[in-house]
Design a protein around this ligand. Sequence first.
Ligand SMILES: [Zn+2]
Length: 569
Amino acid sequence: MSLALARKYRPRRFADVAVQSHVATTLKNAIANDRIAHAYLFCGPRGTGKTTLARVLAMALNCENKRPDHEPCGECESCTRIWAGSTSLDVVEIDAASNRGVDDARDLRERAMYGPSGENHHKVYIIDEAHMLTREAWNTLLKSLEEPPPHVVFVFATTEPQKIAQAAAPVLSRVQRFDLKRIGPADVRERLSTVLTAEKVGIEPDALGMLARAADGSMRDALSLADQVLSLGTGDITASRVRDALGLVHEDEYVALLDVIAEHRAGDVFASVGRLADFGIDFGLLLSGLADTLRAQLAIVLGGAVPDLSDHLREALDVRKERFASGDLLRMLTMLVEIEPHFRRSGQQQLLFETLLVRFALLDRTIGLEEILRGLDGPGTTGGSGGGGTRREPPPVAAPRLSSPPMMSDAKRISEPKATAAPKVAAVAPVADSAPVQKKKKTLDLNRLAEHWDDVVEHVRASGRGMVASALNEATPAAVSAAGVVSIGVTSDALADALQSGNDSIVAALRSIFEGVEKVAVKAMTEGTSAVRPRLTAENVIADRVATLRKRDPMLNAAIDALDLRLIE
Ligand SMILES: [Zn+2]
């Protein structure tokens, strides 16, 4: 490859910016009608063509060969220079990430005072990453935007328009804003396919799908990834070549993990993950691959269509659709999304990934126990144990045994004989750590606190303290004293301040869920200790609950003994 694909195939005309045709057409019409705005704001995710569009606009405004269709010719010296991003008298590209201050803005304003080099030219300033400009820089630029010099056009490009709104709201009324679309996998596939055909390189459909998915909405990334694959060999692009080049995990590995979950083989998690770790895989990729697979499985269970799935994977998931209830898959996806922010920052990704899989594998057991606990909490809190269940077939191992201990239910709910008839595992029953606040308060201990941390966060959020809730979400329950003092660990002063300011709302939230809460103390923790919350260890939660059960109701000890044995199995 002499020239990177992304560069070689960068559009030279509005018509080539196919995905963003809504913007391209409007801009072309503005040129045709001589109604060019003085400032544009292009918003959109990375790789969606903001800078490319800005350059095509600059080319069209300065092309030496004016064409009747108002497209740039793409071949004259002006077009070529602008297209390549090389220095040009009339087009200046500025990266706001490194020129964000007021001096840079002043410099820019002064340069803008001098008009373009020729009568038919426009001076175009393309300011990339515009959200990085400081408030002062925007204030300096505002004057130029209010009284724009003739034939000067500013094009601001940003991935985060809301930051501009925060730093310089008045700017937004001075610019014409365009929102660029995120590029869908189908568009990426189509474009990739066109480019590779032009390059006379064949590609397997599966390989095309993998590249499109990995590009995640960025056309530039898609082409760079294709470059990466091409640099590793010659001939047609196969799925296995893409996997090798991008370090992707074979989809069969994900299917194998699904089987571990479906068959509740929690003990096998460590060997499976260890084997993947031996390949040196990236756990971030593994986590998002697992999320994609669960999502696809969910769609298939629900009877929906899954675009961009290889035939092989579609078949494998189709075979397994009876093994998963949609509610279980939803819960798993929720748990996965929940740990994602911590995951990215954690130095213990393998451990987090393993614990997550163990939780998935024990999911039914946890719910079975949850059912029993609700039974123990007394009538009125069960909410119909099998209600809303969408399971098509009982899970193969744990649930039927765990969830139907008639003696336990009978002991507590003699007045409701029907309720014990078929205490199926409720597919939409909440898992332990997202259980709604129940009427009966819980005894305060660290495990239970960790497990109900999300409830505490939600309670605080519901009380109107969004900032405090967000801070709480970043914090970790650190200790619970016998006197009822709850210590919350934080890793930054900002978090500590936020929590201190919302101390009363946190205490209120804790008291609504737990009994015996005295007060809240915020403690600084070193980075890293917060990586794994106790709530992530499913076994701890279960062990703790079983211990509580024993204490609370000795009459049921025998039943729990039996249950305990099964759990340990
Ligand atoms: Zn030209």
